[in-house]
Each structure stands twice: as structure tokens, then as C-alpha cells.
Design a protein around this ligand. Sequence first.
Ligand SMILES: [Zn+2]
Length: 243
Amino acid sequence: MNATPADQRRLLEVAELDARIRTADAARRNPPQAARVNELLARRQQLSPELSIRLGVREDLRRELARIESDVEMVDARRARDAERLATSSNTKEVQGLESELASLARRKSDLEDAELDLMDRLEQADAAVAEQEALIAENNDEGARLSAEGKRIVAEATAAHDQAARDRAAVSATIPPALLALYDRAAVRSSGAALLRRGTCEGCNMVLAGTDLQAIRQAADDLIVTCPECGSILVRTEESGL
Ligand SMILES: [Zn+2]
């Protein structure tokens, strides 16, 4: 096929825009933050059930503490009533019974207070365990939110770059003869499509052409399309080609 050297050079612009389109497309499909964001989401799935467990433990302790506090109130009320009756009673048997009950209530209260102290201690630990897990989740969420925002920004930038390159490609393509563009498109399926021949090297695949190939290209007319024997790109010759 034949094409003017100017049309051939415009293929380099198309190839460069196609490379930009591919890069931008890859960036918007898979922003660098995506993997970490997914990791953080998976971690969130692990952190949440543990928080539920710790909240449950704390809730049980709070309930138990409330029960003991109400028991203490009952014992206190009973002791106050017994003490009042003791102060006014003249019946020896009743006095003995009340004294014995007061002693037993005092032991009961002491036991309840020991249990209360122990529970308060455990509740303090449970509070700390909940706070620790909540901090881990907050940290995880903060990093996730920050990376998601960064990822969205990169996707938006890549989309803008992609759309701009696609518009530029359409504009350049419109100036290239359709048959030449079709040839480029076919070559671009398996190569960079078109590449500059610079100092005897194909810039599409970076292969240094053999002397016989260079000799054939040297002898080819300027408007004859030549391709890279290695990658199949249309080789564009300029003053930099080293022919
Ligand atoms: Zn090549």
C-alpha cells in the first residue's frame, strides 16, 4: 500500500493516542487504591463480629452488676427494717432471731460487695476491649474512606484523559485516508500499529533491524508502506531513521 510520508507520520500520533487511551483505560478500571480498599473491606468484615462479641460481653456484665446492686438495696432495706424492729422489741426470742438474721445479712452484703468490686473490674476491662476494637474499626474506616476518595479522583482523571485522547484520536484519524487507517488498525491488534524507525531500531518492539531489512527499507519508495519484520508495526521513516 502507498501513503504520503505525512499521512504515515500521522499514524504515529494515532499510535501515541491509542497508547494513552489504553493506559487511561487500565487506570480507570483498576486504580492503584482498589486492592487496598478491598483488603480494608474484608478486614471490616472480620473486625465487626469481634466488636459484637465484645459489646455482648460488656452488656452481660452491666446486667449482672445491676442485678447485684439491686440485691444490695434489698439487703440494706431488710437490715434497716430488722434494726428498727430490734430497737423496739422486748421479746428475747425475737431479739435473738433478728440478731441472727442481721449477722447473716451482713455476711450477704459483704459477699455482694466483693462480687460488685470484681464485676466493676471486669467491666472496666470490657470497656477497654470495646474501645480497642472500635478504634481498630475507625482506623480501618478512615483509611478506606481516604483511599476510596483518592481512587475516585484517579478514576475521574483517567476518564477525562481517556475521553480527551479519544477525541484527539478521532480528529487525527479524520485526516488519514481510511484504507491506511484500516491497515493501521489491523496491525494494532498485535503491535503498536505504527512505530518510528529510529537509528535502525523499531520503536514498537525495540528490535534492531537486520542489515538486509534496513537495506530493503532504504530502497523502498517514501510513499510505500513498510512494516517491522519482528512485530508487524507500520514503520514510519523520518530523518531520525538512520537510513
Ligand atoms: Zn517492531
